[in-house]
Design a binder for this molecule. Structure first.
Ligand code: PBG
Length: 311
């Protein structure tokens, strides 16, 4: 009677990795997660919809031969994630598609944008130009929300402007606003093949993602994205940043998303495999805590399994 917080399947977004391959490919660092073949993606989405889920976030596993320093495959109008979006919108239109807008699946160096001449940093403004074109391609393919996850400055306004100019005023923007430079992204980078540079150096995105020490800076980034006309704001990772989520909840009237990222999922699974934690109980508590802190929707690799158990 006095229970204050609930989680329902409609509030969960399933991140999906897509592959050109013929068979589902397991991701070793994400137990239970498979890269889905393009030709199965629409059927898979229909299955998720029957479980009560309403949205998916697509991430392509790009053939390494197509990766370049400038990530130009991102602007190929027939690139994998565009075809996947069209499949879903043609055969499972009730599922909302949220596509990541960033260059990391397409660059040899794994960064979210193109690099400056000396290679020391991402070139903010050149990257924003590319992301605008990328967002437009996704809008043409029928995506419901573009989700810029790159953390470049000024990209929300730039993307809004190009979408509106091309009659895509109904395509929403989910801004990865408070995205921290986190160690919890490791398994995701394995899944899309972006974890190491060509010289096998582990990648650091600390020049553009947020410093985990900074709370005020996260709020400033979110205010800026809201001022630039984002439709929804995101905090990422979720569990270690519940304080940020709660503060943003008090500050904004926009819907808030939280991304329970790959490392959060992997650590619960790893401990459960050893018999140290109860998988379902820990999973359910982690999702409840994210909702209690103020998230309207949660991106989580647990979405499908959670919805099955809920039914
Ligand atoms: C990159 C992107 C990342 C994630 C979503 N989009 C990783 C990164 O910033 O390197 C991470 C998601 C996860 O760990 O589950 N644009």
């Amino acid at each position: 009677m006095v229970n204050e917080t609930v989680v329902t399947p409609a509030q969960l977004i399933q991140p999906l990795f897509v592959t050109e391959g013929d068979a589902p490919e397991p991701v070793p660092s994400l137990p239970g997660v498979f890269r889905i073949p393009l030709r199965e993606i629409a059927a898979h989405c229909r299955h998720l919809h029957l479980l009560g889920l309403r949205g998916v976030a697509l991430f392509p596993k790009i053939d390494p031969a197509l990766k370049t320093a400038d990530g130009r495959e991102a602007l190929n109008p027939r690139t994998l994630v565009i075809r996947a979006t069209e499949e879903i919108k043609a055969h499972a239109p009730e599922i909302l598609v949220f596509n990541d807008i960033a260059l990391d699946p397409y660059t040899t160096h794994g960064h979210d944008g193109v690099l400056t001449a000396n290679g020391a940093d991402v070139d903010n403004d050149r990257t924003v130009e590319i992301l605008m074109q990328m967002a437009l391609l996704h809008a043409r393919a029928g995506v419901d929300f573009v989700a810029p996850s790159d953390m470049m400055d000024g990209r929300i306004a730039a993307i809004r402007e190009v979408l509106d100019a091309e009659e895509f005023s109904r395509t929403g923007i989910l801004a990865y606003s408070a995205k921290f430079a986190s160690a919890y992204y490791g398994p995701f980078r394995d899944a899309v093949g972006s974890s190491r540079t060509p010289d096998a150096v582990p990648i650091s995105k600390a020049t553009y993602q947020l410093n985990p020490a900074n709370r005020r800076e996260a709020l400033r980034e979110a205010q800026q994205d809201e001022a630039e006309a984002a439709d929804m704001l995101m905090v990422k990772p979720a569990g270690p940043y519940l304080d940020i989520l709660r503060e943003l909840r008090m500050e904004t009237a926009l819907p808030l998303a939280a991304y329970q990222v790959s490392g959060e999922y992997a650590q619960i699974h790893a401990a459960a495999e050893r018999g140290w934690l109860d998988l379902r109980a820990t999973r359910d508590e982690s999702l409840l805590a994210i909702r209690r802190a103020g998230a309207d929707v949660i991106l989580t690799y647990f979405a499908e399994a959670w919805a099955k158990d809920f039914a």
